[in-house]
Design a protein around this ligand. Structure first.
Ligand SMILES: Cc1ncc(C[n+]2csc(CCOP(=O)(O)OP(=O)(O)O)c2C)c(N)n1
Ligand SMILES: [Mg+2]
Length: 352
């Protein structure tokens, strides 16, 4: 057997072992694993459709898609339990879809329609689905971090064992709001009163600014040391690695009531947002190299190597996801604008 063939076989065996061992440890059967693939594909196709319809002028305001980062939220939200909360910035479509928001309502929200997830009043950056545990969707970089830490405190204060998954970008960690909130998280966590799971999505850029150009201390996870918050790093392109990490650290946070941080190294395979036309801040070679580690492709290889799915089965899953997305676009397109009577509703909390 040629050396490369042998190496390829060995690599496949390792991948199979990794997937099988993690699935067994987490109690995931084959259907669950295929379901995770389905979720990542749905996100990718949803984001493709969002970008396409944005360019067609059907989506107003702004749009940031999650393509390339799917393994992070898919892996962490697999450890989410009823009563837990998730809060994130503006790259939030995936989080909503994973938590169970109806793709039709999410797409209609991007289109600004009255049938949208928040009645067309939030748009892409401000998705909310409290019933499913999504507490936003925020456009101000870092602005949601104190809110997430506060929610975690409230949960323990009220006596629940919920965990707050707080997603933040590599750009947000330089924001003052992060430092104030992380300080309190560490402090309250000493008394078991801050079950915040910080999930730092290091996609290596904040708009067009690379991590190296944003901070002299590029080990972002280590920035949690200042606040006595323990941390680790995970390969954010590898769903299996994220799943294993997420399960372990979520349980730890739930048990201890202490915050914990994971830096997931990832990459957005598309532009920062819909207005980022030329991506001049990074080279085509860099993007090409990361495309080779596309989280969906990597997971696909693992499923095939482990015999959990075959090409035909994966194709069927992709077709099914495409139908869901097509239907969501049709629904959004055909939905009415928010009615005029809604103009003044939901501006202030109801006085109850
Ligand atoms: C307080 C604040 N400053 C600046 C901006 C403009 N802005 C929008 S996105 C962004 C980059 C944030 O990068 P990161 O946190 O890494 O998130 P990513 O876009 O990579 O997901 C900036 C600076 C903003 N929205 N809010
Ligand atoms: Mg970033």
């Amino acid at each position: 057997m040629a050396t490369t063939q042998r190496a390829g076989k060995k690599q496949r065996q390792t991948e199979q072992d990794g997937l099988t061992a993690v699935a067994e440890a987490l109690g995931f059967d084959e259907e669950t694993l295929r379901g995770l693939y389905r979720k990542m594909v749905l996100i990718r196709l949803f984001e493709d459709a969002a970008q396409r319809t944005f360019r067609q002028g059907k989506i107003g305001g702004y749009l940031h898609v999650y393509s390339g980062q799917e393994a992070v939220a898919t892996g962490f939200l697999a450890a989410f339990q009823e009563g837990d909360r998730a809060i994130t910035a503006y790259r939030d479509h995936a989080h909503a879809l994973l938590l169970g928001s109806d793709p039709k309502a999410v797409m209609a929200e991007l289109f600004g329609r009255g049938t949208g997830l928040v009645k067309g009043k939030g748009g892409s950056m401000h998705l909310f689905d409290v019933a499913n545990g999504l507490w936003g969707g925020y456009g101000i970089v870092g602005g949601h971090i104190p809110l997430g830490v506060g929610m975690a405190y409230a949960e323990r204060y009220w006596g629940s064992d919920a965990v707050v998954q707080l997603y933040l970008g590599d750009g947000a960690i330089h924001n003052a709001a992060y430092h104030e909130a992380a300080n309190l998280a560490g402090l309250w966590g000493r008394d078991g009163l801050n079950p915040t799971l910080f999930i730092l999505e290091n996609n290596q850029y904040g708009m067009g600014t690379s991590v190296e150009r944003a901070t002299a201390m590029t080990d972002l996870a280590a920035k949690f040391d200042s606040y006595a918050i323990e941390h680790e790093k995970v390969d954010g392109m590898d769903l299996v690695a994220v799943l294993a990490c997420a399960q372990r650290v979520t349980e730890r946070v739930r048990e201890t009531g202490k915050p914990y941080a994971v830096e997931a190294l990832t990459y957005r395979l598309v532009a920062h947002g819909a207005g980022d036309f030329f991506e001049k801040y990074r080279t085509k070679e860099e993007v090409r190299t990361w495309r080779e580690r596309d989280p969906i492709g990597l997971f696909e290889q693992k499923l095939l190597a482990a015999g959990v799915a075959d090409e035909q089965g994966l194709g069927a899953i992709r077709d099914e996801a495409k139908q869901i997305v097509d239907e969501a676009v049709r629904f959004a397109d055909e939905s009415p604008e928010p009615p005029l009577e809604e103009l003044h509703t939901d501006v202030y909390a109801d006085a109850e």
